[in-house]
Structure formats: C-alpha cells, structure tokens
Design a protein around this ligand. Sequence first.
Ligand SMILES: [Fe+2]
Length: 337
Amino acid sequence: MHVFQKSSTPPTSGSSAIAFGELAGYNGVLLAQKGGHLGSGDAVAEANGRISSGSLIFCHASTLCGPTKSGMRYPLFLRMRTAVISDIHGNLEALQVVLTSIDQRGVDRIVCLGDVLGYGPNPVECVDLVAERCEWCLLGNHDLAALYEPTNFNEVAERAAYWTRKQLEAVTDADQRRARWELLGRLRVRVQEGDFLAVHGTPRKPINEYLFPEDVQSGTRKFEQIFARVPRYGMQGHTHVPGVFTAEPEFYSPEELGEGPWSLPTDEQLIFNPGSVGQPRDGDPRASYAILETSEGEDKTTLEFIREPYDIEAVAAKIIAEPELADWLGERLREGR
Ligand SMILES: [Fe+2]
C-alpha cells in the first residue's frame, strides 16, 4: 500500500544561496512564519521585505505571491526546494553532473548526507565542491575514516581511506590544507530542521548503522527504535540504495513510487534515502539524488528521486590507474553495485 500520492504541484524555479555550515534558508522559513502572519496582506509584505534583505531566497514570486492593498506582492505559501545528495565518495565526474542537473531544476539549496570521501579518485576536488555548493554536510563513516581512523572496514575500503588521507595531506598550500581539515572536522553527525532529521547512517546510530530494504523482512524492533528518534520525516544515506521506509515497516524503491514528485503523507512517519551520487548500489549505475520541496504555508512536502548518467569509464580509468585503489572499485561503478 503506497503511502505517497502523486503530487499535482509542478516543480518551480528558484535561486541558490550557499552558506556552508549554516541553516540560513530554513531559518528564513521560520522567521517568515513567525513574523509574516501569512495571508494578512501588508504585514506579510513587510515581513517578506525584511527577510529578503537577509538570507531568504526561496520565495517563488511568480507562482506564490499575491497583491497587497499597496500593490506589493506577498507570499501565500513559502516554498523551498532542497536537493539532497549523499555518498559522493570522491567521484568528481558524478558530482559535477549532479550539480549541473540540480542547477537546471530550480533548486534553492543543496544539503549533503555525508561520505564525500572514500573509494573515489578525486577526494580533494569533491570536498571543495561540496564546501562551495552545499548549505551543510554531515559526517559519514568514510569521512570519519579519512579524518581519524578506519574501523570495521574491509581491506579495500581501509586502503582507500588511507590513500584518501594522503591526498588531503599532499596539498602543498598549507592554508588550503588546513582549511579542508578544519571543514571536515566541523561536519555534524545529525541536523534537525523542523520535522526533518538528517543523518548519514540511522537516527539510532548516525554514522555507522545501515538500514537496508531487506531489513523490513526481519527488523520490526530495529524500525521501532529508529522511528522513535524521527520527528516526522528522516533522511539518511550510507546504504547507497534510494527509496523510502515507513514505520510499518515497508520499503518503496523509486521505481515502485513511479515518476515523482510525490506528496509525503502528513499523518505518517517516513525516512528516505536519496541514493548515492558516486557509487550507486541498487543495480542502476547512474548517479542518484533527490529533491525535496517543502511548502510551509500549506504543510505540503513532495519528494522526487532523480538519476543522471555520467562518464563512468573516466572515473574507472582513474581508479584502475591508482595502485592504492582496488580495480574493483572502478569495476563496480559500471554495474551500480
Ligand atoms: Fe557511503
């Protein structure tokens, strides 16, 4: 039984604002709600003016605004489109394609659920792009491994973690090197914004625990404990498998949900996984991410899963050319495993 309903709201366009490590866009929503008194005409216009002089960047005037007594326009609903990316794993080609795709879809901000590092051949470039483009990024287990120590990693992953650390240490500009380490050291393990909790692993064990689609067969206690920590909705990465979990428990793949965007239920908890940008493992080798659209004024949220092809052979060739990275890490990209 699907918990989702097909959304009748078409995607809207917006602009991007980057403030890594801050919650500028979402705080804008809260400020608008508190100060705006939605629907009260000039009071809203006043609030909107106050916000737009600050960090609010997500009011889509063409579709959401109406006239006030003074002829100004004010928001009826405050809508924000958030691109959710995860598990980039040093795959620069995939990340660049995903960022281009995001730029073409009218997204207001980008957030990342962790594992920027590990496995892939371009960790430094990926850290820089995430820092430049994402509003915030979580700490994944592979980021932790490169920063500190790989624990419970298989030999291939462990060697890749040490190689990744070497790349970050080999940067000759001391200021740049220090800035990247500091940025990685500041990554949080969880971010809560209103009804949403974001983690890399699970809300119960935010860095290392997996929640696989197969877990719905056996793990009601696991789901109870995980969903007890979810306010209404959760988002997580780590498995590299896109889809939606309910508390039932059930799992729905993007294929089962059909072409999005889909309206999230308002009376049911769920956790979604946007899949992996740089190392998908659901049998589809294309880069995976999701776009979440929240409309505060009408308590409506939609979710859309997106796949993008990228130059897998270019990435595989770089991995295979690097002796410290196992060839298999390149080969698996072709299969999406
Ligand atoms: Fe990962």
